[in-house]
Design a protein around this ligand. Structure first.
Ligand SMILES: [Zn+2]
Length: 284
């Protein structure tokens, strides 16, 4: 079993999906990015919605929860949503848990591919799907999502947010914060306002859940950033700073969206930070 400090760690795969390769790599020309991750006939690259479960005794902490099952056939076709081989409840069960065991859900941010599993339809009403959990979101991000904007309209979906707003299960976090011993929340502002990364750590090792700061291994290159990022220069600064900390501290990186790499180390290469020793979480 993978373990850091008193926490046991379990990969929770919630499904595959796809996003436009151009949007995923911003200014990088397609001939370069498709060598790393090839696109399908609609120019989408394959992605995972790979979450992480941390367990210590009765405390059961889930980081993000994928797209969920609320969307219709049109949505699922656009985003190539595929849960035939991996899905949230089946992954929790394989790890030995049920969604009702989850005491805490850390949402890195409120884009649909990170928080959609938080809610489900009961009849025609969207309701919170983790009845025993508190949901931890950065206050600045929650407020930002409530305000809404044209750039993120397709990412902040009312059916994902409204049930949380009225649930009484929302805990709004202000800035960098040690949520529980060994679980640190680190806000970053380039991708959207106040997304939070999660560092799981003890005195000798650290794992950084990189969310959309580093959606795939190909995003370690300084200028390889998502077109979706609201403030790309901020992403470049944050990525450089956190990758340097990772190299200095021997942190491992955990990718939420990479189609093949779950966990890796990071080392300095000729053109900048590079991944090393890619491996699944159970080889932590
Ligand atoms: Zn995002």
């Amino acid at each position: 079993m993978s373990r850091i400090g008193s926490w046991s760690l379990h990969t929770i795969e919630t499904g595959r999906f796809g996003l436009d390769g151009g949007a995923m790599f911003g200014i990088v020309p397609k001939p370069l990015w498709e060598r790393r991750i090839p696109a399908d006939e609609m120019n989408r690259i394959p992605l995972h919605a790979r979450c992480l479960l941390l367990v210590d005794g009765d405390r059961c902490v889930l980081i993000d929860n994928g797209i969920g099952t609320k969307q219709d056939a049109k949505f699922n076709k656009i985003y190539a949503v595929d849960t035939t081989e991996m899905e949230l409840d089946a992954s929790l069960k394989a790890a030995g848990y049920h969604r009702d065991d989850v005491t805490d859900v850390i949402l890195t941010h409120l884009h649909f591919d990170h928080c959609g599993g938080s809610t489900e339809y009961v009849g025609d009403r969207s309701e919170v799907a983790f009845r025993n959990a508190q949901f931890h979101v950065q206050r600045a991000h929650w407020d930002w999502a409530q305000e809404g904007n044209v750039r993120e309209k397709a990412s902040f979906l009312p059916e994902n947010l409204e049930p949380l707003a009225s649930s009484g299960q929302l805990n709004l976090i202000e800035g960098q914060y040690e949520l529980l011993p060994g679980i640190e929340l680190i806000p970053v502002d380039g991708h959207t306002r106040a997304m939070q990364l999660v560092r799981v750590h003890d005195s000798t090792s650290s794992l950084l859940y990189t969310a959309d700061l580093l959606p795939t291994h190909a995003h370690l290159m300084p200028a390889w950033n998502m077109g979706y990022d609201l403030w790309p220069m901020t992403t470049i600064e944050e990525k450089g700073r956190l990758l340097q900390q990772a190299m200095d501290g021997g942190w491992q990186l955990y990718f939420e969206h990479d189609p093949t790499v779950g966990l890796c180390d990071v080392v300095m290469g000729a053109k900048g930070p590079e991944i090393a020793n890619p491996r699944p979480l159970h080889e932590l």
